[in-house]
Design a protein around this ligand. Structure first.
Ligand code: GYE
Length: 323
């Protein structure tokens, strides 16, 4: 059974601008005089099951690594993330890490961090900037590849004319842009498959439900939903059921993430295929942060390894899923 929609009331936790320690003088960032590494982390929000698992991984692994974590939740707003980053610069943290809500518009604030000699690590989502000196490394998934995997499955499983509706992630976000691109690239080989409508559901369950309700009213024939994350797919399932149709049968559903609720719906036959996106980035992030603060070289790009799941595979792995 699907869980009831719960609205996560998230609070912006921008720490007070306390001047703490005199670290931050070195060219590669530095620890506070007591030797503790401080990380300012500007999270996107609490929009999805993926995000909740990602936040927990970062908090747990910071603790395990002995890194003092200052954490803020931007409620999916770029201006909040910029404010958080500025406060971390003022606090002279050893390193700033963040998951940019959208791809563009970061150069100014990242230049401020660079001038303050505070290294920046991008995690989960990347930015669109010509200046790669603004950050040390980017740790996260290959979202175009995720879109391709979704497209491959549909190309292999569609028969005859197939109308697809797409539930896009947050407008301007790297995973929304890239998952769309990779999917389109693959389905282009089969002109029978058409995306008849595509709109953002902001990566949330309620957004996915609302947009799907509108699609069901405006589109005479929907064969497949391609949702850029599990949560929007789960919202779409509710809308499909309310319209008297059977999700997974009358309308096939492909999603990305593979969080618990998504995997459960896949095992139950309500979702047909999930492309995995791993949120457990905490350990690798803390390892990279330590190296960057110590002035060691790190690779420019660290890609997460991921797979895909069919309904049978979901049934087999569900008992061991951590998130
Ligand atoms: O797929 C979605 C979340 O950036 C990879 O953001 C992340 C995406 C994830 O809201 O569920």
């Amino acid at each position: 059974m699907l869980k009831k929609i719960t609205t996560v009331a998230s609070v912006v936790l921008l720490s007070a601008l306390t001047a703490c320690g005199s670290g931050g003088g070195g060219s590669t960032g530095s620890s506070t005089p007591g030797g503790t590494t401080t990380m300012g982390f500007a999270q996107v929000g609490a929009e999805s099951g993926w995000r909740t698992a990602n936040t927990k991984s970062i908090q747990d692994e910071a603790k395990a690594a002995g890194i003092d974590l200052k954490f803020s939740d931007a409620q999916q707003k770029q201006e909040n993330q910029i404010k958080a980053i500025r406060s971390y610069i003022q606090q002279k943290v050893s390193v700033i890490a963040f998951s940019p809500v959208v791809e563009t518009g970061w150069d100014t604030v990242l230049l401020e961090a660079k001038r303050a000699n505070i290294p920046v690590i991008l995690t989960d989502r990347s930015i669109d900037s010509d200046d790669t000196s603004l950050y040390k490394t980017f740790l996260g998934s290959d979202f175009v590849e995720e879109g391709r995997k979704a497209g491959d499955w549909l190309v292999a499983n569609a028969s005859g004319p197939t109308n697809v509706v797409e539930l896009q992630g947050t407008t301007g976000a790297a995973p929304a842009n890239d998952r769309k691109k990779g999917f389109e690239e693959k389905i282009a080989s089969k002109p029978d498959i058409k995306v008849v409508a595509s709109q953002t559901g902001d990566f949330t369950r309620s957004g996915g439900k609302q947009v799907m309700e509108a699609f069901l009213k405006s589109q005479p024939k929907i064969d497949v939903v391609y949702a850029h994350n599990d949560d929007m797919g789960l919202g779409a399932i509710e809308a499909i059921k309310a319209a008297g149709k059977v999700p997974g049968k009358d309308i096939k559903i492909i999603t990305v993430d593979a969080v618990k609720d998504g995997m459960q719906a896949l095992a139950n036959g309500e979702i047909n295929y999930i492309v995995e996106c791993n949120p457990l980035l905490g350990k690798q992030l803390m390892d990279l942060a330590k190296k960057v603060v110590a002035g060691e070289q790190v690779p420019e790009r660290v890609v997460t390894e991921e797979g895909t799941f069919t309904q049978e595979q979901a049934k087999a792995v569900l008992p061991q899923r951590q998130y």
